[in-house]
Design a protein around this ligand. Sequence first.
Ligand SMILES: Cc1cc2nc3c(=O)[nH]c(=O)nc-3n(C[C@H](O)[C@H](O)[C@H](O)COP(=O)(O)OP(=O)(O)OC[C@H]3O[C@@H](n4cnc5c(N)ncnc54)[C@H](O)[C@@H]3O)c2cc1C
Length: 384
Amino acid sequence: MPDTQTVVVLGGGIGGVVAARRLRALAPPQTRVVLVERSLRQSYPPSYTWVMTGERRPDAITRDLARLRRKGIEVVEAAVDAIDVDARTVSAGGAEIAYDHLVVALGAELAPEAVPGLAGEAFTYYQADEADRLHRALDGFTGGRVALVISSLPYKCPAAPYEGAMLLESLFRRRGIRARVEISLSTPEPQPLPVAGPALGAAVTAMLERKGIAYHTKRKTVEVDAAAHEVVFEDGAREPYDLLVAVPPHRPPAVVRASAIAGDTGWAKVDARTLATAKEHVYAIGDVTAIPLFDGLPLPKAGVFAHHEAEVVAGNIAADLRGTTGGRGFDGHGFCFLETGDGRAASARGDFYASPRDIHMQKPSRLWRLGKAAFERWWLYRWY
Ligand SMILES: Cc1cc2nc3c(=O)[nH]c(=O)nc-3n(C[C@H](O)[C@H](O)[C@H](O)COP(=O)(O)OP(=O)(O)OC[C@H]3O[C@@H](n4cnc5c(N)ncnc54)[C@H](O)[C@@H]3O)c2cc1C
């Protein structure tokens, strides 16, 4: 009778799905692959901006994780409430699940309540259902001040707020109301996508300028004054709005903050190449991790990294289970599309682990926009 080992993957978002699928493909057949996720209905976040603009319905980008059961993965629908690395168990939905290897892919938690006045007042496209609510609000919007704020750092997908601002600008033009709309974008960052370097930041700033989007840097949101319809920033500046769109504050999931794999900031601390935590046979991937780059900036929280880290970890765990050497390392390469409106997207790619980093942007074109749509279709087909 072969020895049955259990690999437990926590979180069924981008990193968790790839990890579970790759483990099922690569690990010895007798291995149990268990995926624990609190919500089996999973949406594809890069398309949330299209839900906002009405180009996608949430259902079109949502899949049911229960499908993975047919592929030999044990899918458990439950919220994880404790990780015990000494006992090698996780507790979820009142049950204890024992593991031999653990992959933590619990992502980042959105915490709108961390900014007084924000919850209930601001729209966001950082969740599928909320993006749809914003879409309906935009349908009835005929003009006024649209303030988009990146509340605090870190946040997922460095490009998404910039895409959001440019897509809204494009939408208002298409609807013939652009002259009646003022758009602003405020961020605590010193420039767009600081991790991608000053040249790329300057190119995005120039795009915003050409589109008449007022761009304010080094502004951390501390309060939303709903009565006055103003966002209040740390330096005392205020931004008036008729429609407020926010990237809410992000924080590590409570269960990770309380666990032995959390670093000083509460995010999971991992080896940048192997994604191993300091605890034996415990790995963390994707948004739940904090990986400092050579100059102290963090590796962005992005699906492309969660995906590639999942491939590396799954390959190495499978090799371990087979008694061979894995030895693959995550190399820090990343790629992303940056939509600029009018059916166009730019693309950026580079080595985020290089010192200095070398990130290049290709100028906006219809082709890259088609590429983004093709990638979405492939993703939803390939992994579910
Ligand atoms: C609007 C938007 C656009 C984006 N565009 C891009 C893009 O173009 N390119 C790109 O690379 N990235 C993009 N991203 C970022 C990308 O979606 C994330 O970086 C990626 O999803 C991270 O994957 P993950 O597996 O680490 O976390 P997630 O995909 O967030 O998955 C975490 C999972 O863990 C589950 N979970 C959390 N806590 C618990 C618990 N206690 N118990 C059980 N389950 C739990 C959650 O329900 C979730 O399903 C975008 C994000 C947004 C919001």
